[in-house]
Design a protein. Structure first.
Length: 315
């Protein structure tokens, strides 16, 4: 998918939109993303599991809900070939960017995330949620996937023996959580550093990518904070969230869910032949622990290039 393909698609499906400029943004796992005229973001499905109409309905449902902006709907094609939303101006940081920020900037980020989650989890217009058929988080599938993926992980020579023992413990923690988890709030379900827009370091300008929203347990929305922003930021976000809501979150459960998520993402990447990020995931699994997180180690581009010389074999 390149800019010419996008221009033709927009001309066909949205003829009133005059395309003066177009450039690719960071493509996600489920979609290609392009910026039109510096004001409109076009999201085009990369995989069949990305439900454009569902994200459109979720964004409409949640419009004017948050202190911090989310994308506003602009257009969706009748046959669901793409979704167009207003561009939330700013930049998306990487983990390496975030780890270079000051402690004040990190704390401000934690406060912004906690405020957003308190507002999302406090959304209670249940009749409207029913109307747009928001899915329940499938905990039974998670439990089955964890068992299957754990067997695959044990065959990876790239993981140390200590890591395999550690992964087993995390699998036990997350399995126990999924067996008793509730469906009591709306969850973003993909809240990581790449889905937060900043106007400057520490100042959140908006949150994006609402295609994975589900009814689930609030702990799910803390899972990806640890891997992309570090243990300290996870703890700070949980503390701020408790101050706002009076509800406590177990950081060790959130961390364990994230370990399982990264294992699942690694396996999917290998099966799809998208290997560029696999060495980073393996490095994280071998390295990051609650007592020794990404705040102590930042990967350089040279480190990544060295790791790309050897990737995990297809399971």
């Amino acid at each position: 998918m390149d800019t010419r393909d996008v221009q033709q698609l927009v001309k066909k499906e949205c003829p009133d939109l005059l395309v003066e400029s177009i450039k690719p943004l960071n493509h996600g796992w489920y979609n290609y993303t392009f910026l039109i005229n510096e004001t409109i973001v076009i999201r085009i499905p990369k995989r069949h599991s990305y439900n454009i109409k569902k994200e459109w309905k979720v964004l409409e449902l949640l419009e004017n809900t948050f202190t911090t902006p989310i994308p506003k709907c602009y257009h969706t094609s009748a046959n669901a070939e793409f979704l167009a939303v207003e561009y939330v101006k700013g930049f998306c940081a990487t983990t390496t960017d975030f780890m270079s920020w000051s402690e004040t900037e990190k704390k401000n980020t934690a406060k912004g995330i906690a405020r957003f989650l308190s507002e999302l989890h406090g959304y209670c217009k249940t009749e409207k949620c029913t109307e747009i058929d928001i899915d329940l988080y499938n905990y039974s599938k998670e439990v089955a996937d964890i068992a299957e993926e754990f067997n695959i992980v044990q065959t990876w020579s790239e993981l140390s023996d200590d890591t395999k023992i550690y992964v087993q413990k995390q699998a036990e923690i997350s399995t126990s959580f999924f067996l008793s988890a509730k469906h009591n709030v709306l969850v973003h379900n993909d809240l990581h550093i790449g889905n937060i827009v900043f106007s400057k370091p520490g100042n959140i300008a908006g949150f994006i990518d609402f295609d994975a929203v589900k009814h689930g347990d609030r702990t799910l929305d803390f899972a990806l904070i640890g891997s992309t922003m570090g243990w300290d930021t996870l703890i700070q976000t949980i503390a701020e969230y408790q101050t706002l809501t009076g509800i406590s979150i177990d950081p060790f459960i959130a961390w364990a869910i994230n370990v399982d998520y990264l294992i699942s993402l690694t396996i999917k990447s290998i099966k799809c032949g998208e290997l560029n990020s696999v060495p980073l995931y393996i490095w994280w699994l071998n390295t990051a622990r609650p007592e020794k997180t990404l705040t102590q180690e930042i990967l350089t581009q040279k480190d990544l290039q060295n790791m790309l010389q050897s990737t995990v074999k297809k399971p």
